[in-house]
Design a protein around this ligand. Structure first.
Ligand code: 5CA
Ligand code: ZN
Length: 415
């Protein structure tokens, strides 16, 4: 699929420490240790509605990972999928009397515009589920041939992964069975479906149903792919096994990332799928998680349409830590607009407070599990010292230009 245009990425003098991130599987902050090319897979949207501020916050968090790695001198192979065939698309298209393909294409186009406006670095591979179907089918057949998958005997043609044969199962989320069963039921699984070997077994392939689109499938059974195998297959076809960071919102910890890992590890007979599983917390509104199904959404495109500067949206979302569940409020946006104006005024000055200490702090904060609030506070302090003019110690002529570049390169905020 077409990705979106890359923003300019200034280079900044100096170098920071290695990036450390919280890994859900180990339950602690760990150093990332990428090769020359760092590899990251971030779960993409299901395009049945516009990008809301929760999605945006998640993609902004992992955009910081991308930016910090690049600042450390790595190339980055960044992959994102689009779940462009799934139940929510059919339901919304039916409701609105629209073709589900047209709906998906339109919302994906809007997502690209939102990401471009927010200055999110584009993925090197942007892959739709539909275009990955041939690869997914081959993977499901491999699991069947290895005796790790089975077809339900109810005539539907539905194929499941037998997780009782997956030794690593449970190691990503670390959840107990009761929690897994509850989350599976809440998040697209079917623990109560009769005929499954294990209640948690995830769907690999859904046999064709009346009124649903279908493609030629494993062993000639037409249908469409399950959700977790979509991401396992796309990751295997792009970044490959053992990549550095598998990422998404915390609602993907289980079952999605657990089963993507289980599928890929079973397919390759190697471990791990990813070196670290990193999850962004949920953005809420009025005390509830912002979600399409709850309908309590603030859209990036709506704010843009109202004339809000996308840089203020970006700054507002980054002013909270990515691992803290937090609420979107009008006050957050107002504070970000004020802050942006102050920063812009400071970088317009002919001279400013020394840049080098700020660069050191910015890198220290961001490499410490993406402490964006700490990084923003450091820029605030620099701007205040700069705007204090004569009272600040030894002003530097080049400082405003260096800080402008650093804030752009590391935080993605164009001043
Ligand atoms: N297509 C799948 C992933 S393969 C999916 O979850 N799509 S989504 O459109 O529902 O979500 C896209 C991304 O936004 C996911 O990483 C999800 O975890 C994240 N996300 C969804 N809601 C929120 C929220 N309220 N706050 C933060 N992130 C969210
Ligand atoms: Zn995914």
């Amino acid at each position: 699929m077409l990705s979106w245009p890359a923003p300019l990425l200034p280079s900044v003098p100096g170098r920071g420490p290695a990036l450390r991130l919280h890994d859900t599987a180990r339950g602690e902050v760990v150093p990332t240790a990428p090769d020359t090319t760092a590899r990251m897979y971030v779960c993409g949207i299901t395009p049945y509605d516009a990008t809301h501020l929760g999605h945006a916050a998640t993609y902004l968090a992992f955009d910081l990972v991308n930016r910090v790695w690049r600042d450390l001198g790595h190339a980055v192979h960044y992959v994102q999928n689009v779940t462009d065939v799934d139940d929510p698309l059919f339901e919304r298209a039916d409701r609105d009397g629209e073709d589900w393909i047209v709906l998906g294409m339109r919302e994906t186009a809007l997502f690209r515009e939102d990401m471009t406006a927010l200055r999110v670095l584009p993925p090197e591979d942007y892959v739709g589920a539909v275009e990955a179907i041939p690869q997914i089918v081959a993977h499901v057949e491999d699991l069947q041939t290895a005796g790790l998958a089975y077809t339900l005997e109810d005539g539907t043609g539905d194929v499941y992964h037998d997780v009782s044969q997956a030794p690593g199962f449970g190691s990503e989320s670390g959840y107990d069975e009761e929690t897994m069963l509850r989350l599976s039921a809440e998040r697209g699984g079917d623990p109560d479906r009769p005929g499954k070997r294990n209640r948690l077994d995830p769907l690999l392939w859904r046999g064709a149903r009346e009124g649903e689109p279908s493609w030629p499938g494993p062993q000639g059974v037409a249908g469409r792919p399950g959700w977790h195998v979509e991401c396992a297959s796309i990751a295997l076809g792009t970044v490959g096994m053992g990549f550095d960071v598998q990422a998404g919102g915390s609602d993907l910890v289980f079952p999605h990332h657990e089963f993507s890992a289980v599928h890929a590890e079973a397919l390759t007979g190697t471990k791990p799928f990813a070196q670290a599983y990193v999850h962004a917390a949920m953005i809420g509104l009025d005390g509830e998680k912002m979600s399409k199904s709850r309908g309590n959404l603030v859209f990036v495109s709506r704010l843009r349409g109202d004339g809000v500067d996308p840089m203020a949206i970006r700054l507002a979302l980054l002013s909270g830590h990515y691992r803290t569940d937090r609420a979107w409020t009008g006050d957050l946006l107002t504070a970000a607009q004020d802050r942006l104006a102050t920063w812009r005024e400071a970088v317009e000055r002919e001279s400013g407070a020394p840049a080098a200490p700020l660069l050191t702090t910015l890198r220290e904060r961001l490499t410490d599990d993406l402490d964006s609030p700490g990084a923003i506070a450091a820029v605030d302090a620099w701007a205040a010292a700069t705007l204090a003019g004569d009272t600040a110690p030894e002003l530097e002529e080049q400082a405003p230009a260096v800080v402008r570049d650093a804030v752009d390169a590391l935080l993605g905020i164009a001043l």
